[in-house]
Design a protein around this ligand. Structure first.
Ligand code: MN
Length: 130
């Protein structure tokens, strides 16, 4: 049997340094990465790729990440892709907004390099079981 491909993660992040750090970390943990730094690039990427999970920054240039999530969750073709919010605004209200937007997880910035991979795997495994 063919070896299962490592999970493909779409990282949505507008800060180039955060993007590099996050992708380096994910690759080091055996994930594959796609990158998008704007709303447009998210939908361009999704037109030709099917990530297993999306890591979504909240503060993007000119748009709130949750607005993108709302579009993803209202479209049957992308609704099933789990979304994990990554935010420096780790206030209770932000967590609640993320939950309301049907996000599957919430990670506070700065990203904890020791726990990120485990948090992603947990969401992927939950999704498989549901
Ligand atoms: Mn940002």
């Amino acid at each position: 049997m063919a070896k299962k491909k490592s999970p493909l993660i779409l990282v949505v992040e507008d800060n180039p340094n955060h993007m590099r750090l996050t992708c380096d970390l994910l690759k080091a943990k055996g994930f594959r990465c796609l990158q998008a730094n704007s709303c447009e690039s998210v939908f361009e990427t999704l037109a030709g790729n099917r990530p297993d999970l999306i890591l979504m920054d909240i503060s993007l240039k000119g748009i709130n990440g949750l607005t993108i999530v709302a579009r993803l969750k209202s479209d049957p073709s992308t609704r099933e892709i789990p979304v994990v919010i990554v935010s420096a605004h780790a206030m209770q209200q932000d967590r609640e907004n993320a939950k309301e937007a049907q996000c599957d997880g919430f990670i506070a910035k700065p990203i904890n390099t020791r726990t990120l991979a485990g948090q992603i795997m947990q969401v992927l495994n939950n999704k498989k079981g549901s």
